[in-house]
Design a protein around this ligand. Structure first.
Ligand SMILES: Cc1ncc(COP(=O)(O)O)c(C=O)c1O
Length: 391
């Protein structure tokens, strides 16, 4: 039994979520439910591995060695039947870093890049900050479920000839775990129109109710047409170690990415990330199983609470991630008024739906990786604030 219920004081650790939380929530001492890290300790096996690495005392430049690669590959092969080659792996200081590098490696200024909003905001920043053209193929929202708009994508490809598509799989914030069929259909369109796919699979391990995540590179014929981005950071709460594992099977694409990596001196890993990653991928499967049960419990708690006490708010059923996506549009508030209600009346720090771009307005993203007592407190504050404007 691992501990997912103790409240951990993260104040003055430099934690962005806590130390830089919006003022009303910070001074009231409530747990923020924003940025995607967890209010749980990393598994004991990882903590011990990092302590052992600290005791060594020399923290020099470090590169992914065979022990590191074999742990990464063992995990991906065991969980997803994905067995990447050694020379297809790159390590970057995070997936967002890799996205920017991919944009610079695979496109020229002005080229079109497709994203499917509402989606993790750095996708559009990676496009715009590098002077490329943002092309949106928004997700379709039907009967409480999100789908990809395949016809929309095909039309966009015909009209605008994009060079890349950035796929979020599983999808943050809507919680979809795309099926193998959906990915095949997406891949078919991308191959037909020569669109290379950047598959951000950072949430791949966090899939609920025994569901199955499909690594995009394992979809028939897609291995040569994609770059797969993975990391231990979301799964084991290690974002502060800044390390991700990126796979590119296609040789020409690999050379292009390598040129950017060399230019930007991005070919080392943080010393502590090596120890943490090896421990995570060789000794923490059981922790992950318990973590998933705990998160499913938190989703159930939120769902039951909303159905019983705040039926005006609708939880979108999540197949993956620890991020809940809640439809608050029937409150009829502007984005600004909704934000004020959450922050000032409910003393809740959430990620506002509008930051996820097209289709996000009127929704809130709620991080559920926190102890039950903190979640209960948040829900009671939410109820009071929402009832206050309904009465
Ligand atoms: C879809 C997605 N990609 C990337 C990241 C961040 O990745 P990194 O910290 O490795 O840059 C997040 C964090 O929330 C995310 O949700």
């Amino acid at each position: 039994m691992y501990d997912f219920q103790s409240i951990i004081d993260r104040a003055d650790t430099g934690a962005i979520k806590h130390d830089m939380a919006p003022e009303p929530v910070k001074s009231a001492g409530f747990t923020p439910l924003t940025i995607a890290d967890m209010e749980y300790k990393t598994p004991p096996a990882i903590q011990n591995a990092v302590i052992r690495a600290a005791e060594h005392g020399v923290y020099g430049y470090t590169r992914a060695d065979d022990a590191y690669f074999s742990a990464v590959r063992g995990w991906l092969e065991g969980r997803f039947s994905y067995a990447p080659e050694r020379d297809s792996m790159f390590n970057t200081a995070g997936v967002v870093t890799a996205l920017g590098m991919a944009v610079r490696a695979f496109t020229e200024p002005g080229d079109g890049i497709v994203i499917q909003p509402p989606v993790y905001p750095p996708f559009r920043f990676a496009v715009r900050n590098n002077g490329r053209t943002l092309l949106e193929n928004p997700l379709l929202y039907k009967d409480g479920r999100y789908e990809m708009d395949f016809e929309g994508l095909e039309a966009l490809c015909k009209k605008s000839a994009p060079k890349l598509l950035v796929l979020c799989s599983p999808h943050n914030p809507v919680g979809r775990v795309w099926t193998a069929e959906e990915l095949k259909r997406l891949g078919g369109i991308c191959v037909k129109y020569g669109v290379f796919v950047i598959a951000d699979e950072i949430h791949c391990d966090i899939v609920h109710h025994g569901g199955k995540h499909t690594v995009f590179a394992t979809v028939p014929q897609m291995d040569e047409h994609c770059m797969v981005c993975t990391a231990v950071s979301k799964t084991f709460n290690l974002a502060g170690l800044s390390c991700s594992n990126i796979f590119i099977a296609n040789k020409a694409r690999r050379d292009a990415f390598d040129a950017v990596a060399t230019r930007e001196s991005s070919d080392i890993i943080p010393y502590f990330a090596r120890a943490a990653t090896i421990a995570a991928y060789t000794a923490c499967g059981e922790w992950l199983d318990e973590f998933l049960m705990n998160i499913e419990g938190n989703f159930n708690q939120l769902d039951a609470f909303l159905k019983e006490r705040l039926p005006v708010l609708k939880l979108i059923p999540a197949q993956g991630t620890y991020l809940a996506w809640v439809d608050m549009r029937s409150l009829g508030l502007s984005d600004k008024a909704l934000e004020e209600l959450m922050l000032e009346k409910a003393l809740l720090a959430l990620d506002e739906g509008y930051i996820f771009g097209t289709g996000g307005g009127g929704f809130e993203r709620i991080n559920l990786a926190l102890p039950q007592t903190a979640l209960e407190s948040a829900l009671l504050r939410l109820e009071r604030a929402v009832r206050g404007i309904l009465s």
